[in-house]
Write a protein that binds this ligand. Structure first.
Ligand SMILES: Nc1ncnc2c1ncn2[C@@H]1O[C@H](COP(=O)(O)OP(=O)(O)OP(=O)(O)O)[C@@H](O)[C@H]1O
Length: 321
């Protein structure tokens, strides 16, 4: 049986791995005995058009895009009651889990390696004309000191139109302004992730969405050259440029990748132009109940309109409407 022909009953559930806003993830075994992370949409995900659409998008793009530093998808069904996504299992979990549980065990070189892997994944995506839209440690998976970027649920191809989405701690100024995201928005999110990984603290905080927005729009973090004096100067300069408020002033991901590889003493060969594994994802549109609605005009991701008493969550993804 080819992996793409697998359906949900073909997997044997072993134990829960985690749960997000959209899905429940379990360790499972496929018919060949391989351990996989099996992602199932939560009932409310299937019931809400936008959430179901996002899950379907993640399934389609994950199965289609192949790169050593993108989380690998083995099999999946994008829509309907049998929807699932079988992913490569990362026993170390997310970078965010690694940082909170045993961050001190990560060597300075190991941190640069993780960033080089992420810059490599973004170079690949941007080279295809895709934008990830949700780069953050919660979406980075780690194994044996190497990293892979996951959660392609918000990713899109620029040829499909413009989108506005991100997670407040990692979101670029243009997204706060309600402007379309681009590869440069991913580069900004990578810079925030880099700062957190290299210094142990996020560069911008706030007690509310508005405070965090003001920080992203008007402040600059303490220079990395002060907090991490051992890093090569060209690298810290480039990461600082990636914090630019204007998207056009940020370096491309490929330049960050090159500087990171050089700082690791590795030859910065060109990113191999790996082709997507199947037909153009931009053309692989679902049909039926979950056919995407036309893109609405972009507006800034809204501040949390939660009932009073519920805390806002600066990690939680937001979409322009
Ligand atoms: N490939 C994997 N290997 C190991 N653990 C995983 C894997 N994928 C997911 N997990 C675990 O499951 C948890 C939930 O996954 P994830 O964050 O992707 O859920 P989600 O509901 O799709 O996300 P979101 O909240 O962004 O909608 C992760 O935090 C992680 O602990």
């Amino acid at each position: 049986m080819t992996p793409s022909a697998l359906t949900l009953p073909d997997f044997r559930l072993l134990r829960p791995l985690g749960r997000g806003d959209t899905s429940q993830v379990s360790l499972a075994q496929d018919p060949s005995g391989r351990e996989v992370a099996l992602k199932l949409p939560l009932p409310h995900t299937l019931a809400v058009h936008e959430a179901a659409e996002r899950f379907g998008n993640e399934v389609r793009l994950t199965l289609r895009l192949r790169h050593p530093h993108l989380v690998r998808g083995y099999a999946g069904v994008p829509f309907g009651p049998g929807a699932f996504l079988a992913l490569e299992y990362y026993p170390d979990g997310t970078l965010s889990e690694v940082l909170s549980q045993r961050g001190s065990a990560l060597s300075p070189r190991g941190r640069l390696q993780i960033l080089a892997d992420l810059a490599s994944a973004l170079t690949f995506l941007h080279g295809l004309g895709a934008v990830h839209q949700d780069v953050k440690p919660q979406n980075v998976y780690v194994a044996g000191g190497r990293a892979a970027l996951g959660d392609l649920g918000s990713a899109y191809f620029a040829t499909q139109g413009s989108k506005v989405s991100g997670s407040p701690y990692y979101m670029a100024p243009e997204i706060y302004h309600g402007e379309a995201s681009s590869g440069a928005s991913d580069v900004y999110s990578l810079a925030i992730t880099a700062y957190e990984l290299l210094t142990g603290a996020r560069p911008f905080g706030g007690r509310s969405y508005e405070e965090l927005m003001v920080a992203h729009l008007t402040r600059f973090p303490t220079p990395l050259a002060h907090t991490c004096p051992d890093l090569p100067r060209p690298l810290t300069r480039l990461i600082e440029q990636a914090f630019a408020k204007g998207a056009q002033d940020r370096p491309p991901a490929a330049e960050l990748r090159r500087a990171l590889l050089l700082s690791l003493g590795e030859p910065p060969e060109e990113e191999a132009p790996l082709a997507p594994a199947g037909p153009d994802p931009a053309e692989a549109r679902p049909t039926g109940r979950h056919t995407p609605k036309p893109e609405p005009a972009a507006t800034p991701p809204a501040a949390e309109s939660a009932p009073s008493g519920r805390r806002w969550n600066p990690f939680k993804r937001r979409h322009g409407r």
